[in-house]
Design a binder for this molecule. Structure first.
Ligand code: NDP
Length: 283
């Protein structure tokens, strides 16, 4: 008697250019294997000019969704059928989800960070300093604004990008936000509760420290870095030596993976399996 065997996997993946260094497939496939899920995550090189055709292909092939990274986070929006709340505020998408045949753009960057932060502190009404004003800073600051932080100070090297983020926060959220120019070493104000590095500073191969006045890192502060390679950055090492509570970027990455899988499949996967895989790769 023949038995029914299902050889068909549900498809998800990641589109970007460049894409070689994106570790998400290794992390997400570890969760699929651990939970015996009939899913495949495919890392795919999609150049800017191929994005529209790729999204049409996804729709034709019935993908459950996909992540997208540089350079597609903004340019993908016209090809989608709608946006979730924070993606609409940020005007950036990093996770597309199929819901009843419609492809909806979400942003899991900030959500992943917030979940990680909440393991060490409740950000409500806290004073936060963010270094950087690029895509990651935008996602983190919008999500913190929606989580009702007390005040945000954006510290950025270029004025225009910094001001652009302040304008967005003031127009689309009710958070109190101000910009600080960044020249030389930045002295973190004494009353700061949470400090977050959202710049590329510390990313391999240039593993350097974030220029802050070392003594302004105080024991009462939670200090976070988004960099995952290496996870224990010079900035986190310095903050730990000053007695701060520290939080690395792997937690954010893993939470994004967990949230994406939940969006695509409805399944809550074990984040520890994904963290272990990332630690194997980066440590
Ligand atoms: P962007 O290119 O959009 O923004 C980069 C930001 O870093 C800008 O504000 C830029 O300032 C600032 N910056 C870069 N180099 C310097 C420098 N030498 N001195 C001062 N400021 C500098 O990048 P993203 O926002 O997309 O990503 C930032 C980092 O976050 C990346 O390294 C990435 O690895 C990490 N990340 C981690 C995630 C995770 O899950 N852990 C998720 C997403 C990102 P300026 O405006 O002056 O150019």
């Amino acid at each position: 008697m023949s038995k029914m065997i299902n050889f068909k996997k549900e498809l998800v993946g990641c589109f970007g250019d460049p894409i070689w260094e994106n570790p998400t497939e290794a992390m997400i496939e570890a969760a699929f294997a651990h939970h015996n899920m009939d899913y495949r995550y495919v890392t795919t090189l999609v150049p800017a000019e191929g994005l529209h055709a790729a999204v049409e292909g996804v729709k034709a092939m019935g993908f459950k969704g996909f992540n997208c990274t540089m350079p597609h986070k903004v340019s993908i929006i016209p090809y989608l059928d709608g946006l979730g709340e924070s993606a609409a505020i940020m005007e950036a998408v990093n996770c597309v989800v199929e819901r009843d045949g419609k492809y909806i753009g979400e942003n899991t960057d900030g959500k992943g960070f917030l979940e990680s932060l909440q393991t060490v502190i409740n950000p409500q009404q806290k004073k936060v300093v963010i270094f950087g004003a690029g895509g990651a800073a935008r996602a983190v600051s919008v999500e913190l604004a929606l989580a009702d932080v007390g005040a945000l100070t954006i510290v950025n090297r270029s004025h225009d990008r910094g001001q652009g983020l302040i304008d967005l926060l003031q127009k689309k959220t009710s958070v109190q936000a101000k910009l600080n120019a960044w020249q030389g070493e930045f002295a973190i104000p004494n009353d700061t509760d949470i400090v977050i590095n959202c710049t590329n500073i510390g990313l391999s191969p240039e593993v350097v420290r974030v220029p802050v006045v070392k003594a302004s890192l105080r024991t009462n502060m939670v200090v976070c870095d988004l960099i995952v390679n290496p996870p224990y950055t010079p900035f986190l090492q310095e903050a730990e030596a000053q007695g701060c509570i520290i939080l690395d970027g792997i937690g954010m990455l893993v939470n994004q993976g967990r949230i994406g899988i939940k969006y695509w499949s409805g399944i809550d996967v074990d984040a520890a399996v994904m963290r272990r895989r990332m630690e194997e790769i980066y440590q």
